[in-house]
Design a protein around this ligand. Structure first.
Ligand code: NDP
Length: 312
């Protein structure tokens, strides 16, 4: 009979690897299923300056490689595979992967993360990480005293614009309607900023720049039948995030946007023994360091759960 895992970790961002490091150090020999794009959102970031422990900037992919190696060094088993189906009504829990493995586990930590939504327009993929970002807290500093644009009209867009207004020379918020979706208190704060202007009823159609060195230079914008160009050093796409929770939809309680519900100050989900950590449950902070913190919490809660069940 196939071995039953003590803890299965789904996802390989900062939350998943941190959970693995803690669980492995506790002797739980975790199995981590990395997903098909291992490393999560930090793999598409260039320099990271706000993850504690490094005086000088580090590269996002390098940081994730370090986390992976740290998890491996304590005995984590890592499978480069993707979970396609879960059976959380049975115990031990069962999951099925794309490579057709059937895995049983006494506990599960879900850390499948979230993905920024993108505009999917010409130039976007090319200049991603070279002027285009989806996270002002992560990348805003690189545009200190420069001109940037933020695209979107929700809380994220306005918070990003406010954050950037304190750093950058000029911020242009580009919104497709004539009214923001963001909370009024945030809007009021934004309207008071002298270096922020808003382009209403405007849509970005293309990102344009030079290829040597790769740098974003301007945006092609349309407003009704009028077209214009906006020179920028950086552009922040803030049109929302979607959590990667499709496969858990019929099993776990989630909010209307698909973020997994967890108990207050805990990673416990609506099923005893299933835990969720990182961006898959957090739409407010969304930082590598907060995800890592939640991964640690998940592993400690798994240990408590397994011990109460006398599995360890
Ligand atoms: P939202 O879904 O709230 O807003 C997305 C914005 O992007 C909308 O203004 C939308 O326009 C615009 N948009 C969507 N698709 C496109 C597109 N293809 N082209 C141009 N514009 C587009 O996402 P947020 O990330 O802002 O927020 C997600 C959730 O997280 C919300 O519930 C929010 O309240 C919450 N949040 C809370 C915070 C806090 O409490 N401090 C901070 C950040 C987020 P339109 O308005 O026309 O639909």
């Amino acid at each position: 009979m196939a071995e039953i895992e003590k803890v299965l970790i789904i996802g390989s961002g900062p939350a998943g690897y941190t959970a693995a490091i803690y669980a492995a150090r506790s002797g739980l020999k975790p199995l981590l299923i990395s997903g098909l794009e291992p490393g999560g959102q930090l793999m598409i970031t260039t320099e990271v300056e706000n993850f504690p422990g490094f005086e000088n900037p580090v590269q996002g992919p390098w940081l994730m490689e370090q986390m992976k190696n740290q998890a491996l060094s304590f005995g984590t088993k890592i499978h480069n595979d993707r979970v396609v189906k879960v059976e959380f009504n049975n115990y031990p829990f069962q999951v099925i992967t794309e490579k057709n493995s059937q895995i049983s586990s006494y506990s599960v930590i879900i850390s499948t993360g979230a993905k920024a939504k993108w505009l999917n327009i010409p130039g976007e993929e090319n200049f991603m990480g070279f002027g285009i970002s989806a996270c002002a807290t992560c990348d805003g500093f690189f545009f200190k005293n420069k001109d940037v644009a933020v695209i979107g009209g929700g809380n994220t867009a306005v918070e990003e614009a406010l954050y950037l207004a304190n750093l950058c020379k000029k911020v242009t918020l580009i919104h497709r309607r004539n009214q923001l979706r963001a909370e009024k208190i945030l809007q009021d704060r934004l309207f008071q900023k002298k270096n922020v202007r808003i382009l209403w009823n405007s849509v970005v159609n293309e990102f344009i720049g030079s290829d040597k060195p790769k740098t974003l230079e301007k945006l092609l914008i349309s407003s009704g039948k009028k077209s214009s160009e906006l020179k920028v050093d950086g552009a922040f796409v803030a049109i929302g995030h979607s959590p990667s929770t499709e496969i858990f939809k019929n099993s776990l309680n989630m909010d209307s946007e698909g973020y997994i519900h967890t108990e207050n100050k805990s990673t416990k989900t609506s099923i005893d023994g299933i835990f969720a950590a990182g961006d898959v449950t957090d739409k407010i902070y969304r930082q590598a360091v907060t995800a890592a913190g939640m991964g640690c919490m998940g592993a400690l809660e798994v240990e408590e759960f397994l011990s109460k069940k006398s599995i360890i």
